[in-house]
Design a protein around this ligand. Structure first.
Ligand code: SF4
Length: 474
């Protein structure tokens, strides 16, 4: 999702006659599109900012600057103005721009009695306390802005003193900016494009800060989505990936799939991540009958213990999930299933973990992305549960799940041998990279050359390993 948002920032600035450069050395401004879903990313940002040369301006957007989950020393201050940026409504008018040096003297004294003038600006109350320490450490930190205010950049930058050619904000929201090349590396040549169909999330799983950090769920208009898809297909993309937190919760999801599947030039359509309870028989039927809809579903399980699912505030139980897998496995077309499992969730006992293992054996997932539970401040799980699983048990569980995944994936992959595949080559460095087929399985492909890069090649599978296959170009 951040690829798509970063691509929006890029194209919007290009629209203002700014030039994108891939290297920090050549840049005047370095923009961080941040994520705070895991604590680790927040821990890393300070180290990363340190590496930015002092003569480059720094701008920061997204979760890290618009949630207020860190109960730091300023948390108790009840400033009316410091509302959480993510819960403010979208504004069609000019956003409020606040320089820290314009904050009333009393408040400023509380922030830092020694520093009188701060040059940095935040927009529409995007703010978390950690950045008050950052501005002391990084005087080149110039701007914090909510992603929701991206379409107001011309106005914001003019106020900051930049000479901006286009000064009128005409778009209704930041998603109206159609990005070019919303893919892993913003290249023209990539055949894939990520297209968000919803934004944010209202599920409030007990361990997750997305609703706080990003905001509550909103659906995009179907017309706007289809226009964006058409734009990418006309510009050479062939694989469209519909994205957001619960992608199939969009009220028109079925319609979007049907209409997108009819579009000229589309080769593959996939989506991530769905939720089991928002599937309908019609969606299953599309997977069965529509060749362009990839035979691959990434469905987050998280746990198969009803006790733990309840504690996680997941809105399905073990029976519903198993029934979902049963339906998928009984489709006429074989579907590759991958999942997310949170390991080390507080209070998960041996019996709970054994239940999850049982479902993994039943579902035969091709891939499991293991989320190592980390407590996020002010989430329900953080308030209610203590991390009470010992390091020894944690390691045992991680190993057991990993070993099982490798065993299942090895067996699943053996069934692919001698099949002919259309593989999208996205990297040709030392046999490593994301070269994948319609099931999103990773391949090592023999016989690739420069011309194969960012193209679909026909290849025959010649070897199978856990989590990897080998193919040779035909
Ligand atoms: S569904 Fe749950 S885990 Fe996923 S983004 Fe929403 S709150 Fe977070």
């Amino acid at each position: 999702m951040n690829y798509s948002d970063s691509a929006r920032i890029k194209v919007w600035l290009q629209n203002l006659w700014w030039e994108y450069v891939a290297n920090v050395d050549e840049a005047d401004v370095v923009i961080f599109d941040t994520c705070s879903v895991r604590q680790k990313s927040e821990d890393k940002i300070s180290g990363i900012l340190k590496d930015i040369p002092k003569n480059k301006k720094i701008w920061i957007t997204w979760c890290m600057i618009q949630h207020d989950l860190n109960p730091g020393k300023f948390f108790w201050l009840k400033w009316q103005k410091f509302k959480r940026g993510n819960f403010l409504p979208e504004t069609n008018e000019n956003p409020e721009i606040i320089w820290l040096n314009k904050i009333e003297k009393k408040e400023r004294t509380l922030l830092n009695s020694k520093q009188e003038l701060w040059n940095y600006v935040f927009v529409n109350y995007s703010y978390i306390p950690i950045f008050t320490t950052f501005i002391k450490k990084f005087p080149n930190l110039e701007l914090l802005f909510r992603m929701d205010d991206l379409h107001h950049l011309p106005h914001i930058l003019t106020k900051l003193g930049y000479d901006i050619k286009q000064t009128e904000d005409k778009l209704k929201n930041y998603l109206s900016i159609i990005p070019e090349n919303p893919n892993f590396d913003f290249t023209n040549n990539s055949k894939s494009a990520f297209v968000p169909i919803q934004i944010w999330c209202s599920k409030f799983c007990s361990y997750c800060i997305v609703p706080f950090a990003r905001g509550l769920e909103k659906n995009r208009d179907i017309e706007e989505i289809l226009n964006e898809i058409k734009f990418h297909l006309k510009n050479g993309k062939q694989e469209i990936i519909l994205v957001w937190q619960i992608v199939n919760k969009h009220k028109d999801f079925l319609e979007i799939l049907k209409k997108a599947l009819k579009l000229e030039w589309l080769k593959r359509l996939r989506y991530t991540s769905p939720y089991p309870t928002y599937y309908s028989d019609e969606i299953f039927a599309l997977h069965e009958n529509e060749e362009k809809l990839c035979p691959q579903i990434h469905i987050p399980l998280q746990s198969w213990s009803d006790e733990i699912l309840k504690k996680m505030n997941r809105w399905y139980d073990s029976n519903q999930f198993k029934e979902f897998i049963y339906k998928l496995k009984n489709l006429k077309r074989e579907i590759s299933i991958t999942t997310d499992i949170i390991i080390w969730f507080p209070n998960e006992n041996e019996e709970d973990f054994a239940k999850t293992i049982e479902l993994v054996e039943y579902a035969r997932f091709d891939m499991i992305y293991m989320g190592l539970y980390s407590s996020r401040p002010l989430t329900l799980a953080d308030k209610l549960y203590k991390d009470n699983i010992s390091d020894v048990v944690k390691e045992q569980r991680r190993k057991k799940l990993n070993d099982l995944l490798k065993q299942i994936s090895g067996k699943n992959n053996e069934k692919e041998i001698w099949k002919i595949k259309d593989i999208l080559i996205t990297n040709i460095q030392d046999w490593i990279g994301m070269w994948y087929d319609d099931k999103l399985k990773s391949f090592l492909v023999k016989g690739v050359d420069e011309k194969s890069l960012n193209n679909f090649v026909k290849a025959e599978v010649i070897n199978a390993y856990p989590l990897k296959l080998e193919a040779k170009i035909l």
